[in-house]
Design a protein around this ligand. Structure first.
Ligand SMILES: [Zn+2]
Length: 373
């Protein structure tokens, strides 16, 4: 284990906490937005704003409700905690329920944290992560993963953070609980309280869009072994728009991206693949330019050039005039469940238990205890 990793582990609370410490009634804290110079809150007419006087400028929102604007000079130092009592409140572009915390961060800018129940959170994530009209068994597999990921993050949260998860692809996509969609809501209900565990603890339930034929071993991406995050063949994601892809990127654009990431080789001439993993994703490559060459990890190359510019590290690259052409398979890191693969398996008649067993071999489907309400 590296020094940095040891330190990261030491900073984290509750590593190896067993699933018995978790409960279905747990609250999840999601960092929805950060570094905002101002906040706009829209309260519908049925919400009583009396308790919120003095924290910001108020004006009618034109629809019978109240709009409150918070700027750098408003909002008390300790922040505000608004219990929505089930009413939907618009906070900038998010529609939120549960408890909304508005605080200032160290830079004096606003940070919004939404605290909500595990099931409400699960429903919201499934709606964002998968098409609402995807087959129910795929949505159910996603619901179990969304819930597991939240429990894992809550239990392994670093002491320096006062939230469990972010609202972006860094954690799981979250658009606010109020975005109700029928399929995801049913998927969450039919799997209520279910998570995946290994040795009694929630697993690190990572997943990705499309593997392109074979999922990746976690060790080949993050250098850590997990018994349940191993490479699996996947014959079910051929329908994905990312099953196969081709990108042409100008050398000048690649040079700029690499320079911004700290690799100054000036005038990219060649990309040499040095090592691939069993799933044919690039582990290391060499970039050769006018002023030298650099050996780097495939994941670092993708990060430098841009995650959407290069959808995965399973690619071949060749030079063509003033550009490089990348031909590849899959989208995302490739570890854990392939979401399009889950869709394909569901369409082929597999249920969510079979889907999860396939992508997380050895993990156990566990029902969380009810816990205190
Ligand atoms: Zn796949």
């Amino acid at each position: 284990m590296t020094k940095a990793l040891t330190l990261a582990f030491a900073l984290c609370l509750g590593l190896m906490v067993s699933a018995s410490n978790a409960a279905a009634s747990d609250k999840i804290r999601v960092l929805v937005m950060d570094n905002l110079p101002g906040v706009s809150l829209d309260f519908p007419p049925e919400f009583n704003v009396k308790g919120l006087f003095g924290i910001g400028e108020k004006e009618p929102d034109g629809q019978g409700g109240v709009r409150m604007l918070l700027s750098a000079n408003s909002c008390p130092g300790g922040g505000v905690r608004i219990n929505t009592d089930g009413v939907v409140i618009n906070v900038n572009r998010y529609k939120l329920t549960g408890v909304i915390e508005i605080k200032k961060n160290r830079k004096g800018l606003f940070r919004i944290i939404n605290e909500l129940g595990l099931e409400d959170y699960t429903r919201a994530v499934v709606g964002e992560e998968m098409g609402a009209n995807w087959p129910l068994e795929a949505l159910k597999a996603q619901a179990v993963l969304a819930r597991t990921y939240a429990m894992y993050s809550e239990q392994n949260r670093c002491a320096t953070h006062d939230y469990d998860l972010c609202a972006t692809v860094k954690s799981q996509m979250f658009g606010g609980d109020a975005v109700e969609k029928e399929g995801p809501a049913l998927a969450a209900k039919e799997t209520e309280g279910e998570i995946l565990t290994y040795d009694g603890a929630p697993i690190d339930a990572v997943y990705h869009s499309t593997c392109g034929g074979m999922t990746e071993d976690a060790y080949d991406v993050w250098g850590r072994k997990y018994p349940y995050l191993v490479s699996r063949e996947c014959r079910y994601c051929a329908d994905s728009p990312y099953s196969k892809w081709k990108r042409r990127i100008k050398i000048s654009v690649l040079d700029d991206s690499l320079r911004r990431a700290g690799y100054t080789i000036e005038g990219l001439r060649a990309i040499q693949v040095l090592e691939r993993s069993r799933s044919m994703r690039i582990k290391t490559l060499r970039i050769i330019g006018e002023s030298g060459s650099v050996v780097m990890k495939g994941t670092d190359f993708r990060k430098a050039v841009g995650y959407s510019a290069i959808p995965s590290t399973a690619f071949e690259a060749h030079r063509d005039g003033d550009s490089f052409v990348f031909i590849g398979r899959g989208s995302g890191h490739g570890v854990g469940m392939c979401q399009y693969g889950a869709r394909g398996m569901a369409l082929a008649g597999k249920n969510y238990r079979e889907i999860l067993e396939y992508y997380y071999p050895g993990a156990t489907l566990t029902k969380l205890p009810e816990g205190p309400k």
